[in-house]
Design a protein around this ligand. Structure first.
Ligand code: GNR
Ligand code: NI
Length: 168
């Protein structure tokens, strides 16, 4: 299967707000499978549709050790069950070589639809909970650089404009 291209900061398309999904059809299932394949290939624990230039509310996540417990999440929303701020050190496939400490809610209840449009709920904390919050930020056009100082943000921006993968 082909990998999808992942947009890199500061691409303005990462700032678009994703639209609710209304059609639970084969196109959606194909997109979800391609996103999962791309996420595994790039060793991520989550991927939001926004990152592959698809501006609809779709996320894939797998925080399991075996990389064999994918969750497909459509039209997510969450309630905070425990708002104690926890410090989460995060990376992002759209911001290579960058890491940022982010304060995330400790425990959330996620409501979403599966790929067939059936309503689902689950509770999440720890890395799983942080990842869900990170991916929903993407759907709203928010990135972990937004939690950094403006100096740190301008440095990573300059670095990625020069190289794209931050390495050369
Ligand atoms: O692979 C990823 N790791 C990660 C670590 C802590 C909190 C969130 C994440 S998500 C990230 C992949 C990514 O960029 N998803 O949008
Ligand atoms: Ni990300």
């Amino acid at each position: 299967m082909n990998k999808l291209d992942i947009l890199t900061f500061p691409d303005p398309r990462l700032r678009k707000k994703a639209k609710p999904i209304e059609r639970f059809d084969e196109n959606l299932k194909n997109m979800a499978k391609k996103m999962l394949h791309t996420m595994y290939a790039d060793k991520g624990i989550g991927l939001a549709a926004t990152q592959v230039n698809y501006h609809e509310r779709l996320i894939v996540i797998d925080v399991s050790e075996g990389r064999d417990e994918p969750i497909y999440i459509v039209n997510p929303s969450y309630e905070i069950l425990d708002s104690s701020p926890e410090s989460s050190k995060e990376g992002c496939l759209s911001i290579p070589t960058f890491q940022q400490e982010v304060l995330r809610a400790k425990k959330i209840e996620l409501s979403y639809q599966d790929l067939d449009g059936e309503p689902q709920k689950l509770m999440a904390e720890g890395l799983f909970g942080y990842c869900i919050q990170h991916e929903i930020d993407h759907l709203n056009g928010k990135l972990i650089v937004d939690y950094a100082s403006s100096l740190k943000r301008s440095r990573i921006k300059a670095k990625l404009l020069k190289t794209k993968n931050g390495k050369a």
